[in-house]
Design a protein around this ligand. Structure first.
Ligand code: ZN
Length: 99
C-alpha cells in the first residue's frame, strides 16, 4: 500500500511498524523526498469484512460490510437450507441478528 507524504505528496517509506493488536497496525513513516524530510505515524486498521474467512478466529470481530452480507445472502436465496446456515454463521461470527 502506497502512502504519500501529506506535505509534498512524494512516496513515504515505512521505517518500522508495530502491531498492538491483530486488527491494528501502527506505521512509522518518512517522506522519500530529501528536500521535504517529513516523518510521522499512520495507523491502519480493518473496518469491515467483505468475504468471511473459511478459517475464522473466534477472537477476531471485524464487522461484516452490509452490502457484502446482502450479496452473500442473495447468492443463497434459492437454497433455503444454505441461507439459514449462512445466516447462523454470520450472526454467530459477527454477533448480529440478520434475518
Ligand atoms: Zn514530503
Amino acid at each position: 500500500m502506497r502512502i504519500d507524504c501529506p506535505h509534498c505528496q512524494q512516496k513515504c517509506r515505512t521505517r518500522s511498524s508495530y502491531r498492538p493488536t491483530r486488527e491494528l497496525h501502527k506505521l512509522y513513516l518518512e517522506c522519500t523526498s530529501e528536500i521535504c524530510g517529513w516523518r510521522g505515524i499512520a495507523v491502519s486498521f480493518f473496518t469491515a469484512t467483505t468475504t468471511p474467512s473459511l478459517t475464522p478466529d473466534p477472537l477476531i470481530r471485524i464487522p461484516m460490510d452490509t452490502a457484502s452480507a446482502r450479496r452473500l445472502i442473495g447468492q443463497l436465496a434459492i437454497d433455503p437450507v444454505g441461507r439459514k446456515l449462512l445466516l447462523e454463521q454470520i450472526n454467530e461470527q459477527f454477533g448480529t441478528n440478520a434475518q
